[in-house]
Design a protein around this ligand. Structure first.
Ligand code: NAD
Ligand code: G6P
Ligand code: MN
Length: 453
């Protein structure tokens, strides 16, 4: 078994490698390959990956670091993709440009997500084509690269037969927080139902050892006026962006989305919303508490990215590794466990982003939805759902059509369709603002976007 990581220079690579290596027996993995287009960045991350494989875990897994797709993808069984097209410099623009126009500035939601999508569609097709050309015919691409919703719609449109499964770690990150809040230590015993689009969905039930806990969770959220564990709330340092330990989703400006879980559930108590719904349901409030000169991209560059590369430099100088400089945990476990289910045909249940095909009866057949599925060697077998309520369906249809228009506009090079996508997004207050943001985005993304006519 060979696993190729595309976006080898990512801040998540080391954590993913650790999750893979800890599952060496089930995955029967012999070689991990890193592939990136940024040599300097990947070479530095590779130092840490080598330490994990050889010194930390003494795994016996071979490491190859490459910048040549032919070499990196050759005979690969799995391709784990996690590239950020334009890196943090462009994420910062995705977040700051909309804020300048009074709109939500977020990397995967609203105008920022649309801009990031326009950058990522064609590089993602290149990953699929390289895999098709060089990897084993039975390969699977497991894709984390964002914006996963738009990427998955582009895959459906442009490469319908690609062996790709698009995934997201937010639902499991939410379950981690739910478990910590309710003092549940064996989170593997938690089972949930969920439906939506990526970064746009709802938990409809959460059970622990067969007992419903959504009611207890609602009580917890109403009492604390936030969804964060007591331990974090009592220790304000845990919530600081500067803290290297602990849950990365709890730090810095992430605080507001956990607060938002309370605000949303105060009005719509039946389901637990994905944290990302805050950007669509509290768009005005998000803009009000944002600092247009210092956004999440800045927080990440000052913490996750800085800690990682400082830690690598320190290791090179002193030979001592501080493991808190990289994140290991649910994010890597999720993608590695998904690979195990595919390889060993386990039919384990995972949330994946996949074509609806009637799974949600009152959403279009060809919508890319995020729903539970059993995963076996032939991919996801989606679990059928009931009809969804009009409120959620209406929100999803607006977002779905926005994303479909963006993908069509990107493929056709149509300014008109991309403008329609920006105008249709729920985070954008008017057609005029949509056009202003789009025109600024075109300027900022000149190097990356197809030309729009
Ligand atoms: P990062 O900038 O640290 O790493 C991304 C890497 O991708 C960089 O080394 C960059 O050089 C590389 N890259 C850019 N374009 C490339 C291309 N065309 N081919 C190969 N490599 C390329 O970013 P990060 O914060 O570690 O995040 C990595 C990705 O994972 C992002 O897309 C992020 O949004 C995504 N992510 C997704 C989820 C999810 O839930 N789906 C969760 C976490 C992160
Ligand atoms: C969650 C989402 C990802 C997103 C990430 C951003 O994990 O599921 O899709 O990329 O958050 O986190 P960050 O720490 O980079 O703001
Ligand atoms: Mn995600």
């Amino acid at each position: 078994m060979i696993i190729t990581i595309v976006g080898g220079g990512s801040t998540f690579t080391a954590g993913i490698v650790k999750s893979i290596a800890l599952r060496k027996a089930e995955l029967e993995v012999e070689e991990i390959r890193l592939f990136d287009i940024d040599k300097e960045r990947q070479d530095r991350v590779a130092v840490l990956v080598k330490w994990i494989l050889e010194e930390d875990l003494k795994s016996g897994i071979r490491l190859t670091v490459s910048y040549d797709p032919a070499e990196a993808y050759k005979d690969a069984d799995f391709i784990f993709a996690q590239m950020r097209v334009g890196k943090y410099a462009m994420r910062e623009k995705d977040e700051k440009i909309p804020l300048r126009h009074g709109c939500v500035g977020q990397e995967t939601c609203g105008c920022g997500g649309l801009a990031y999508g326009m950058r990522t569609i064609f590089p993602m097709m290149k990953v699929i084509d390289d895999a098709e050309k060089y990897a084993k015919p039975s390969h699977w691409i497991l894709n984390y690269s964002n914006p996963a919703s738009i990427v998955s719609e582009a895959c459906r449109r442009l490469r319908p037969n690609a062996r790709i499964i698009n995934i997201c770690d937010m639902p499991i990150a939410i379950i981690d927080v739910v478990a910590a809040a309710l003092n549940i230590t064996d989170k593997k015993e938690i089972v949930y139902d969920y439906y939506g689009l990526n970064h746009f969905g709802w938990f409809t039930s959460i059970e622990y050892r067969g007992k419903d806990i959504l009611g207890d969770l609602r009580d917890y959220i109403m009492e604390h006026e936030i969804l964060l564990p007591d331990a974090y709330l009592k220790d304000k340092a845990a919530l600081s962006n500067k803290n290297k330990d602990g849950n990365r989703h709890a730090k810095g400006s992430w605080y507001y989305v956990w607060k938002g879980e309370y605000e949303i559930m105060s009005n719509f108590p039946d389901t637990l919303p994905n944290t990302y719904l805050n950007y669509y349901l509290q768009q005005k409030e998000f803009v009000e508490h944002s600092d247009p000169d210092h956004t999440r991209a800045n927080e990440v560059m000052e913490s996750r990215e800085k800690n990682l590369f400082d830690g690598i430099d320190r290791y090179l100088e002193t030979g001592v590794i501080d493991e808190t400089v990289f994140y290991a945990g649910s994010h890597g476990d999720w993608i590695a466990d998904l690979a195990i289910a595919l390889k060993n045909d386990t039919k384990a249940r995972f949330l994946v982003i996949t074509e609806n095909r009637g799974a949600i009866p009152n959403m279009p057949y060809d919508a890319m939805v995020e729903v539970p599925a059993y995963i076996g060697k032939n991919g996801p077998e989606v679990i059928a759902q009931d009809r969804i309520p009009l409120f959620q369906q209406g929100l999803m249809m607006q977002q779905l059509n926005c994303e479909k228009l963006l993908v069509e506009g990107c493929i056709e090079g149509s300014y008109q369709k991309v403008l329609e996508a920006f105008t249709l997004n729920k985070t954008v207050p008017s057609m005029k603002v949509a056009k202003e943001v789009l025109d600024d985005m075109i300027e900022a993304n000149k190097e990356y976007w197809p030309e729009l006519k």
